[in-house]
Design a protein around this ligand. Structure first.
Ligand SMILES: Nc1ncnc2c1ncn2[C@@H]1O[C@H](COP(=O)(O)OP(=O)(O)OP(=O)(O)O)[C@@H](O)[C@H]1O
Length: 308
């Protein structure tokens, strides 16, 4: 469904000079700085998958999503989405994908939400009967009824995000790109967004590409993740395999009698009772627990290793 091969995007910006004559030199010298945001990325995503596209700030996630949607043209490499090249077949591609950028609403700021949704229906030529059915489904799934008549600018962030998700899915696109859809939301709103994504994928077999910094999103929704850093793929595969392959050692957390807490690495293959006996012989213990590595510690470790 989605095929990406050796995808590269280099941004070119005029070199800026500082100092009193800086702006003039910037204008006259025509020197450019280049930044490689995406650097030879390849992957394939099958219909119906939910894939987490993860990476630290500046890794190249949004740039990839913008190329997948056809907003940006790659410097080199290939993308095919259902046989289409997004930046060449922009219109056909736009009809086949729903896009939500968590940081920026696609809705009309001054219009009531319902009018924004109607405009989306018109733009995508959704027939009236289908629009009514889709809108009802979105209202039920996302609980929109209470604020359909409210201008978008007056919506809370969580309500606005639900409106954006409805707009992205009103015309039933088979693919949904979500760029940080839970950013800034409270726990309840995050949960509502996650449930919507899971339902959309389950009911319509929608293929979802999700970028997020919230690993709870990933744990709730994705079986597969693609991890990138500095524009390159560090890992592509199942979350379980990732944890097995890269998990840092488990830790024994010991609370000592004087309220001090200390942690001890549990070396692979070392029997835990033996470690506990050794620690107990050296310290007066009040309580102890074992800390299993979580997804965050695994991913942090991979980023740290890629820095070396
Ligand atoms: N229009 C642009 N012009 C120049 N450089 C850009 C442009 N857009 C992005 N970049 C640079 O490309 C790199 C990748 O940016 P991108 O927004 O894709 O990262 P990201 O992984 O989405 O980060 P974040 O998690 O912070 O949103 C960054 O170094 C960024 O400064």
């Amino acid at each position: 469904m989605i095929r990406v091969e050796s995808l590269t995007k280099v941004f070119r910006r005029p070199h800026t000079f500082s100092g009193p004559l800086g702006p003039l030199r910037t204008l006259l010298t025509r020197r450019y700085d280049e930044r490689t945001a995406v650097d030879g990325v390849s992957f394939e995503i099958s219909a119906g998958e939910i894939v987490g596209y993860l990476g630290p700030n500046g890794a190249g996630k949004s740039t990839t999503v913008k190329m997948l949607t056809g907003i940006l043209t790659p410097t080199s490499g290939l993308i095919e989405v259902d046989g289409r090249v997004p930046w060449r077949d922009r219109e056909a591609n736009a009809r086949a994908v729903g896009v939500v950028f968590g940081q920026r609403s696609q809705l009309w700021w001054d219009l009531p939400l319902i009018d924004s949704l109607r405009l989306v229906g018109d733009l995508y030529d959704v027939p009236a009967a289908r629009f009514t059915g889709s809108l009802r489904r979105m209202c039920d799934l996302l609980g929109l009824d209470d604020f359909l008549q409210t201008p978008v600018r007056q919506l809370s962030l969580g309500q606005r995000m639900r409106g954006d998700l409805a707009a992205a899915m009103l015309y039933d696109p088979p693919i949904l790109y979500l760029d940080e859809p839970t950013v800034g939301l409270d726990v309840m709103a995050k949960q509502a967004v996650r449930e919507f994504i899971a339902e959309t994928n389950r009911l319509g077999r929608t293929t979802v590409v999700l970028t997020t910094h919230d690993l709870a999103d990933v744990e709730a929704l994705c079986e597969r993740i693609i991890l990138i850093d500095k524009g390159r793929v560090l890992y592509d595969g199942g979350i379980d395999d990732l944890v097995t392959a890269y998990a840092p050692p488990r830790r024994l957390v010991v609370e000592l009698a004087d309220d001090e807490t200390r942690t001890f690495e549990i070396a692979a293959g070392r029997p835990i009772p033996e470690l506990i006996a050794q620690v107990a012989a050296e310290h007066p213990i009040r309580d102890l627990s074992i800390r299993e590595p979580d997804l965050e510690s695994v991913i942090t470790r991979i980023y740290a290793e890629s820095e070396r």
